[in-house]
Write a protein that binds this ligand. Structure first.
Ligand code: FNR
Length: 390
C-alpha cells in the first residue's frame, strides 16, 4: 500500500522491486573482490544452484473464496513475538559493502521490524551494533573458539548478553572457510586485509586483548596484521568442539540457543537432546560444502522429526516472498535472509536494506492473500498449500 500510494502521488521508488536486479546493481558498485566475496559460493557453485533450484520444485496451490481481512504474518519464535517470520542472517565484514556497515543494517532491521543478527566476524563491536539496533530485537551469532579459549567465548557471551542480544546462534558449518574460488582468485581473505575489518569483536574484547599481549608482548594496535591472524585462528579453529561441549554455552548463556547449519535428522535429534531451543537448517548459502544437498530438500524430514520439539529456522536461497511461503509450508517457523540484504546495503546503504526487507515482506503478504492463506500459522500454512512439481 505504501508503495502504490506513493505511486499515485507520482513518487517513483528509489530502487527497483525486481529482485533479479539487486545483485547486478551491487556488482556495479562494488570492487571485484568484495563482489566476489558476497556473491561467491563454494567450489563449482553447485550448492547455491541446488538451493535456488529447490524452490522451483514446489508450487503454491491457491485456495479461493477464503474469507479474511488481512494476513496475520506474526509468529512466535524462541519464545519471542515476531511481527514477521523473517530474520536477518548473520553476515560478517559488512564494511566491505557500505561504510554504514553493521550499524546501517541494524537500523534498517529495526525500522522494518525484523530481528537483526550480529556476526562474530563483524566490522563493528557488539556494543556499537547494539546501540544502532536500539530497541530492535537482536541476536548474536557465535563463531565458537576451541575449548582452550573458553575465556574468550565466555567474554563474547557476556558482552552480548549485557548489550541486549536475545538469542545466541552458534554456527556449526564454518570452523574453517570453504573452498571459494572467487576469493582465491582475488587472493582475498576478508579477515586478513591490512585494514582488518572483520575482527572488531576480537579487537574490542578485553580477554582477547590480554591474550594477545601475553602471547606477543605487544598491544593489538602495534601489530594489526598479526592480531587479525590470531583472532581469525581463534574463531575459525578447524574441527574442534563436539556435542558435549555445548554444555559450556548453556552454562554461560541464559537465553535461547540456536544451532545454525543443521542438515540431517540425526543432528537435529542431537540438538533436541542437547537441550537447545532451535536450529537453522542451512548450508551457509552454498558457501561451505560444494555439491551439497539444497537446504530446502532436507527441511521436510527434519521438520517431521523434530518440528514439535524445537523451533526450526531456515536459510539458504530465499530470494522472494514465495520462497518464504514455501520454506514455512515445509516446516520452518521463520527464515533468515543473507545475500539479498547485503546487495541492498551495497546499492543503497541503510535505505537499500530497508527496501529489500520491505519488498520481501510486501511480496510475502500479497502472495499469502492471493493464495487464500490467512496466516503463517501451521494450521493455515502447511504442506497442503504446496504441490511438488518434479
Ligand atoms: C554469510 N553467512 C554467515 N553466517 C554466519 O553464521 N556468520 C557469518 O559471519 C556469515 N558471513 C557471511 C558473509 C556473506 C558475505 C554471506 C553471503 C553469508 C551465511 C549467512 O548467515 C546465511 O547462512 C546465508 O547467507 C543464507 O543464504 P542466502 O540467503 O545468502 O542464500
Amino acid at each position: 500500500q505504501e508503495i502504490y500510494s506513493k505511486g499515485l502521488k507520482g513518487i517513483r521508488p528509489r530502487f527497483t522491486f525486481d529482485v533479479s536486479q539487486w545483485g547486478p546493481m551491487a556488482k556495479e558498485i562494488l570492487p571485484a573482490n568484495a563482489w566476489g566475496y558476497v556473491h561467491g559460493d563454494a567450489g563449482s557453485r553447485q550448492t547455491d544452484e541446488n538451493n535456488l533450484a529447490s524452490f522451483k520444485r514446489w508450487g503454491i496451490v491457491p485456495s479461493r473464496l477464503v474469507k479474511f481481512d488481512k494476513v496475520d504474518l506474526s509468529t512466535k519464535v524462541l519464545g519471542m513475538d515476531l511481527a514477521y517470520p523473517l530474520i536477518l542472517a548473520p553476515v560478517g565484514v559488512l564494511q566491505l559493502f557500505n561504510e554504514g556497515k553493521e550499524l546501517a543494517v541494524a537500523q534498517a532491521a529495526k525500522n522494518a521490524g525484523v530481528p537483526y543478527t550480529l556476526s562474530t566476524a563483524a566490522a563493528s563491536s557488539i556494543e556499537e551494533a547494539a546501540q544502532a539496533s536500539d530497541d530492535g530485537l537482536r541476536f548474536f551469532q557465535l563463531y565458537w573458539p576451541t575449548r582452550e579459549h573458553d575465556e574468550i567465548t565466555i567474554s563474547m557471551l557476556k558482552r552480548a548478553k549485557a548489550a541486549g542480544y536475545k538469542a545466541l546462534l552458534v554456527t556449526l558449518d564454518t570452523y574453517i572457510l570453504g573452498w571459494r574460488p572467487d576469493d582465491e582468485n582475488h587472493a582475498y581473505n576478508p579477515f586478513l586485509r591490512p585494514d582488518s575489518i572483520g575482527v572488531e569483536i576480537g579487537f574490542s574484547d578485553p580477554v582477547f586483548r590480554k591474550h594477545f599481549k601475553k602471547e606477543t608482548g605487544k598491544e593489538i594496535e602495534e601489530d594489526l596484521p598479526h592480531a587479525a591472524r590470531e583472532w581469525s585462528q581463534i574463531v575459525f579453529p578447524g574441527m574442534s568442539n563436539g556435542w558435549e561441549d555445548l554444555q559450556l554455552l548453556k552454562e554461560h548463556w541464559d537465553g535461547p540457543i540456536v544451532l545454525k547449519g543443521i542438515h540431517t535428522v540425526p543432528d537435529a535429534k542431537r540438538a533436541v537432546e542437547a537441550g537447545v531451543q532451535g536450529i537453522v537448517v542451512s548450508n551457509h548459502g552454498g558457501r561451505q560444502v560444494d555439491g551439497c544437498v539444497a537446504s530446502l530438500d532436507v527441511l521436510p524430514d527434519i521438520a517431521e522429526a523434530v518440528g514439535d520439539k524445537i523451533d526450526i529456522l531456515f536459510d539458504s536461497g530465499i530470494r522472494c516472498g514465495t520462497d518464504i511461503v514455501k520454506a514455512l509450508a515445509l516446516g520452518a517457523k521463520a527464515v533468515l535472509v543473507g545475500r539479498p540484504y547485503v546487495y541492498g546495503l551495497a546499492f543503497g546503504g541503510q535505505d537499500g536494506v530497508e527496501h529489500v526487507l520491505k519488498s520481501l515482506l510486501g511480496d510475502l503478504d500479497l502472495s499469502l492473500q492471493l493464495s487464500g492463506i490467512p496466516s503463517v500459522d501451521k494450521k493455515h500454512l502447511n504442506r497442503d498449500c504446496l504441490r511438488r512439481i518434479n
